[in-house]
Design a protein. Structure first.
Length: 381
């Protein structure tokens, strides 16, 4: 049964299209943050912006607001303001019932769909004749697309909610992420010795050859059902006739099993060190755990509420494990229960990114239903 009016749905699409037109790649969220802040303040809400921008290299901070309810209980809805880098301006158009970018670039449905839903949820709740049965906290984060930097800086002790949700998994609506991986980033910088490649190659020490030897020895791709590894970038050299004295690679390891993630990371480091020694190169290593994984119990309160809300909106819930991460990882690590729900986005991070009008409208229906379903549980807790 629809909980939204035609006017609600029309305004949702207008809000979504307006958000997509605002360029907000990670680190440059200021214009989007100001637009969202203005919308929330027009509803009579107080918006607080934290100082995380300076810490993560962004021109904006995380935004936080509360919508009071009739009871002191509340739930959180979280969405991120940033997108991956833009290859073209965004001009949202409806094609065969779905939003797409008219230009050859991303649409930004990841995660502007969730931002639009959070804003329209707030508009509905603040415009009602009486407060909602429970309160709703809204968190809009920055730099999610760069290893969750914004949410990692957010002070989760500010949250008063029992649990929360993000809509940030680009799969069919109905899927509930109950496990997400631990992620390590490994940066290896090889330093060899430059020499003329045609005159004195013998005295050179190729940093690129050392890096290639390390990569060739690594286990990459899907290692098992829980674990993946990848070398994402390699940079080095200066000219075709110079033995390269510098080469930098960036790699990652992810696993739903934290011990496996650590073990494969150690293995990767060993290959880098062995290759540097074999190539008579120096090696500078930077290893960082970017975020910690989590596994939610199948009958955790927020999962049960989500399943009921999804069924009420006509979707059969399915619990899944994911190799991706979201702001839920940061909040879970901080001790706050949070669950990532699929948003129906297709081809996120690709020029063909799209989301159907039906999926966008369903997300708002689900968000409204989550508040009602959670109210019943929290009132009797």
């Amino acid at each position: 049964m629809r909980r939204t009016s035609e006017a609600d749905r029309e305004r949702l699409h207008e809000t979504f299209a307006a958000l997509c037109r605002i360029e907000s790649p990670s680190g440059h969220e200021r214009t989007c943050a100001d637009w969202v802040t203005a919308e929330l303040r027009s509803m009579g809400l107080e918006v607080q912006e934290d100082g995380s921008g300076a810490a993560v290299g962004s021109d904006a901070g995380n935004l936080f607001t509360r919508i009071p309810g009739r009871s002191p209980e509340s739930i959180l809805v979280c969405a991120h303001l940033d997108t991956v880098p833009l290859a073209a301006p965004v001009e949202p158009v409806l094609v065969d019932g779905a939003w797409e970018n008219a230009n050859e670039g991303i649409l930004g449905a990841d995660n502007k769909s969730a931002v639009a839903v959070a804003l329209e949820l707030a508009r509905r709740l603040t415009a009602a004749a009486e407060p909602p049965p429970i309160g709703v906290e809204l968190l809009f984060t920055i730099c999610e697309e760069v290893s969750l930097r914004g949410s990692r800086e957010f002070d989760a002790s500010r949250l008063g909610s029992a649990f929360g949700y993000v809509f940030d998994h680009a799969t069919p609506i109905g899927e509930i992420v109950v496990a997400s991986p631990t992620h390590y980033r490994i940066i290896g910088e090889f330093r060899g010795r430059a020499a003329h490649a045609g005159v004195r190659p013998e005295v050179g020490r190729s940093a690129i050859v050392a890096a290639a030897r390390a990569i060739a020895a690594m286990r990459l791709g899907r290692l098992d059902a829980e674990t993946t590894a990848n070398v994402g970038t390699i940079e080095g050299g200066s000219a075709i006739n110079v033995i390269p004295d510098r080469c930098r690679i960036q790699a990652e390891v992810r696993s739903l099993d934290e011990a496996k993630a650590a073990a494969v990371t150690t293995e990767t480091i060993d290959h880098l060190e062995d290759a540097a020694n074999a190539g008579e190169c120096d090696l500078d290593l930077t290893v960082e755990r970017m975020f910690r994984g989590y596994r939610t119990k199948p009958r955790a309160p927020q999962v049960v509420v989500a399943e009921r809300a999804l069924r009420a909106c006509g979707y059969e819930p399915v619990q899944i494990d994911s190799g991706g991460a979201s702001d839920a990882n940061s909040l879970q690590t901080a001790g706050f229960p949070c669950t990532n729900l699929a948003d129906g986005t297709e081809h996120n991070h690709e020029p063909g990114e799209r989301i159907s009008a039906q999926s966008l409208e369903s997300l708002l229906e689900i968000a409204i239903t989550l508040v009602d379903e959670a109210a019943g549980d929290l009132a009797t807790a």
